[in-house]
Design a protein around this ligand. Structure first.
Ligand SMILES: [Zn+2]
Length: 405
């Protein structure tokens, strides 16, 4: 039964936290659509009024970026390019020209907006086709949003990234508390936007409702944990059905899958290696839940075909990929440490410590173990500290078989 499986998932508090937090991003997005669209439209109009040349059509009708660069554009597109750069809130930051079709800059305000967004927006035509990350980046980078504190926007973006790249699809109560506080401040900053009042309320409702109770059909607001004391009668007001919760879950998982598959399908080598671990975890998660396995059968097939493609790329690449798989989980760590890893029939271990240290079935469990270990083995830097070469015994640094993890 679909409902049974959903109920089991929603009894996992941290998974439910993850789901609610993700739902809040989708709610936020609905408020940001009209706001960003309206503001960009006005900005575009101002640009046309201030710079006569910008009202002239592209001289070639075919100026387009190659890769992420806009090389040798016509005079008009070149002027647009300069103006877009001039209105960037962080001069020097990368601009994703690949998102844009320059001949449309003159007539389409959203084509201009896309220059300030993360890559992957080339096919997007309107504000309501953008996800929260795209809109938040636009606000962060385009000067026409000068009234919004960029620090606050970046905090929301950071929470969003942590959530969407969460290895376990789970977040803790403490995380949710900070997230909620940040979202509240952000929504308050946009208090002059009519839709944001509703968004603020809906976010509060979402973070205070107990979804497991909604699914089992009993009206009760979550009274445990950090969300205690919220005065919301959301549950009694809104008939949240299992189908609705299931739909929220589908939308969120869909968005994650699209992001991962998009990144994985990109030709750029670095991009390809960015999220393989999350994609694998998501794949395992979907396969372990019968209802999700059926709902996302097409996406799971796409993941499988990507894996086959990877395997067909040769053994060297495959072993490199195994290590790159681990990167996302330590991506945000301030330092990258280098260890020599070995593999035997009984598992992975740190070379030179094999007689004294444990072996692990997976590299992940090895990393996890040493990261959590209260005191690292003698001669080995703890995984959370920077590597100081002078502190490492010479025999650790010899040889060429070092793996960067
Ligand atoms: Zn042009």
């Amino acid at each position: 039964m679909v409902l049974e499986e959903l109920t089991v998932r929603l009894n996992d508090r941290e998974y439910t936290n993850w789901l609610k937090a993700g739902r809040c991003l989708l709610i936020l997005k609905t408020g940001l659509h009209p706001f960003t669209d309206h503001r960009m439209r006005a900005h575009h109009r101002d640009l046309l009024n201030q710079h006569a040349l910008l009202s002239t059509p592209c001289e070639t009708s075919s100026c387009k970026p190659i890769g992420n660069k806009l090389s040798s554009p016509c005079g008009v597109c070149s002027e647009w390019q300069k103006v877009i750069l001039r209105h960037h809130r962080q001069p020097g930051a990368t601009i994703n020209w690949a998102n844009c079709f320059p001949p449309h800059w003159r007539t389409d305000h959203w084509e201009v907006a896309k220059a300030y967004m993360p890559r992957g927006q080339a096919k997007v035509r309107r504000a309501d086709q953008c996800d929260a990350a795209a809109l938040l980046n636009l606000i962060n980078y385009c000067r026409c949003f000068w009234s919004v504190d960029p620090k606050l926007v970046r905090q929301v973006i950071q929470f969003r990234n942590e959530l969407m790249h969460s290895c376990e699809l789970r977040v803790k109560d403490d995380w949710i508390r900070h997230y909620w506080r940040t979202l509240k401040h952000f929504v308050q900053q946009l208090s002059d936007v009519p839709q944001m009042a509703t968004v603020g309320q809906q976010i509060e409702d979402m973070l205070t409702v107990d979804l497991s109770i909604c699914v089992s059909g009993v009206d009760r607001v979550d009274s445990a944990g950090p969300l205690e004391g919220c005065e919301s009668d959301f549950v009694s007001q809104l008939e949240t059905s299992a189908e609705k919760v299931s739909q929220w879950e589908t939308e969120l998982l869909q968005e994650m899958l699209q992001e991962y598959l998009h990144v994985a399908a990109e030709e750029d080598g670095d991009a390809k290696a960015q999220d393989p671990e999350q994609l694998k975890r998501l794949q395992s998660f979907l396969q372990a839940n019968k209802d999700l396995r059926e709902r996302f059968s097409t996406e799971l097939q796409a993941i499988n075909s990507l894996e086959v493609k990877e395997r067909g790329d040769g053994s060297d690449k495959r072993s490199r990929h195994t290590l790159l798989d681990l990167l996302p989980c330590i991506w945000k760590a301030p330092h990258v440490l280098t260890y020599r890893l070995q593999h035997s029939d009984s598992g992975w271990y740190l070379q030179d410590l094999r007689n004294r240290q444990e072996k692990f079935g997976t590299l992940e469990s090895l990393i996890d173990h040493y990261r959590r270990a209260p005191s690292p083995p003698v001669g080995m830097a703890p995984l959370t500290d920077p590597l100081d070469k002078t502190q490492i015994p010479n025999y650790f640094l010899q040889g060429t078989n070092q793996s960067h993890i």
